[in-house]
Design a protein around this ligand. Structure first.
Ligand SMILES: Cc1ncc(COP(=O)(O)O)c(C=O)c1O
Ligand SMILES: Nc1c(O)cccc1C(=O)C[C@H](N)C(=O)O
Length: 409
């Protein structure tokens, strides 16, 4: 497609007006919203209000006056709409890792006779680390971490939990949530889905597929800001039996009764622990307002068009410079990112970033490009590929080869 054709597409794109709701640096094409979402303008205004007016003027009265105490549930309810859940099944809290710890421990308790946790060996490491920690804490568990194509046969009558990330953080591979949930449940196991790379990126249907538990990030496609609170989902049918083990006072039935005995809250609040981070929760709440009036099907349609376009425009470069597509071409197996393998991936990405196209690198050899339909234009995809071509043609990437690796990639 030509640049003029892509600009015409941008003019008729129903999501195009959303871009103006973000603060984006001039001249930068941001393809890393799958790691840290861009800044919604309304977050800036909300921060000003929460800090100056609420904290500054109303001080402690704000917990009631400005609804600080209900933020985790309010934010959870907004996320619920995006992931196919009911408002009372989702709560914002802690980090994804901590939430995974809470729901994995609770899920194992719901399957007491079973001793196996199944996951993908290529899952995001924190998920695997949390399972390792829990297995050590509880003792007697087998961690069955296998390749994607062995997952099905790894499930058996000993399996307590199948724990997966819906979109593979490296390749963008999108799991069949419906099928894997069904297969696990047919064996009597429970499912935990990590939605870090799917919430806000594509339509998720937790209840339609009968998912038991889920967790996810607030700072990627939900744009809540660095270290934004994460969220967790517990299907209503499990809420009463789900035991909290991080039994902090915010998960108590009556936190302000200050009684010595722990009694879990009667609803999903039992999976909260301590005082919510009001500033970051407020930022996430404001960021989620950007999704008002947006249907996830719309987002998905544009996301697939953007990623299709990128793959298409990359074909000649892939052939000439040896980029190997690591992301499935099939729409139903692709998340909202495109990844290429290249032995010089790190240097190439550093050079590309220096030219204003921000993607990232994942060891050992993956160049990763995230596509966020709320603030990306079709035109951006064209320019991103052009700049990559310049980086390769000019040999600029070779200058980055011997640079020291950044601490955070
Ligand atoms: C799939 C997945 N799960 C979990 C995390 C980490 O979550 P947190 O740092 O909020 O614990 C990430 C990214 O950081 C991720 O990609
Ligand atoms: N959470 C991150 C951080 O604190 C620093 C740098 C990157 C991140 C990320 O989110 C990484 C991301 N989960 C990934 O898919 O690689």
């Amino acid at each position: 497609m030509t640049l003029a054709e892509l600009q015409a597409l941008d003019r008729t794109d129903p999501l195009a007006p959303k871009r103006a709701e973000f603060l984006l640096p001039e001249g930068v094409i941001y393809l890393d919203g799958n790691s840290l979402g861009a800044l919604p303008k309304r977050v800036v205004a909300r921060m000003e209000q929460v800090v100056q007016a609420e904290w500054g003027q109303s001080l402690i009265k704000s917990w009631n006056l400005h609804g600080w105490i209900d933020l985790p549930q309010r934010v959870g309810a907004r996320i619920a709409r995006l992931i196919g859940a009911e408002p009372d099944e989702v709560i914002a809290a802690d980090s994804t890792s901590v939430n995974l710890f809470k729901v994995l421990l609770a899920a194992l308790e719901l399957r007491p006779g079973r001793r196996v946790i199944v996951s993908d060996i290529d899952n995001f490491p924190t998920d695997l680390y949390i399972a390792q920690g829990i297995a050590e804490l509880r003792g007697g568990y087998e961690l069955r971490f296998v390749k994607k194509d062995q997952l099905e046969e790894a499930l058996d009558e000993q399996t307590a939990v199948l724990m997966l990330t819906e979109v593979d953080y490296r390749t963008g591979y999108l799991y069949d949530m419906a099928r894997l949930t069904r297969l696990a449940q047919q064996k009597g196991a429970l499912t935990i889905w990590d939605l870090a790379h799917s919430a806000g990126a594509l339509p998720v249907q937790l209840n339609r597929h009968g998912v038991d538990f889920a967790v996810g990030c607030g700072y990627k496609y939900l744009n809540g800001g660095p270290g934004a609170p994460a969220f967790l989902f517990v299907a209503r049918r499990h809420q009463e039996a789900t035991r909290p083990f991080l039994t902090g006072w915010m998960g108590h039935q009556a936190p302000f009764a200050f009684v010595p005995e722990y009694l879990p809250a009667l609803d999903i609040r039992r999976l909260t622990v301590g005082t919510p981070g009001v500033l970051s929760m407020s930022a996430l709440e404001a960021a989620l307002e950007v999704f008002e009036g947006v249907e996830m099907e719309q987002v998905r349609q544009k996301s697939l068009q953007l990623t299709d376009l990128f793959i298409e425009l990359m074909e000649p470069l892939a052939a000439r410079y040896g980029f190997q597509l690591a992301t499935p071409r099939e729409h139903h197996r692709r998340g909202s990112q495109v990844a290429y393998r290249h032995p010089e991936g790190y240097a190439i990405m550093q050079a590309l970033i220096s030219q204003g196209v921000v993607g990232d690198f994942r060891a050992p050899d993956i160049l990763r490009f995230g596509f966020t339909p709320l603030y990306l234009r079709y035109e951006d995809v064209y320019h991103a590929v052009q700049r990559l071509e310049q980086v390769m043609q000019s040999g600029l990437w070779q200058e980055a080869r011997f640079q020291e690796r950044a601490k955070v990639t």
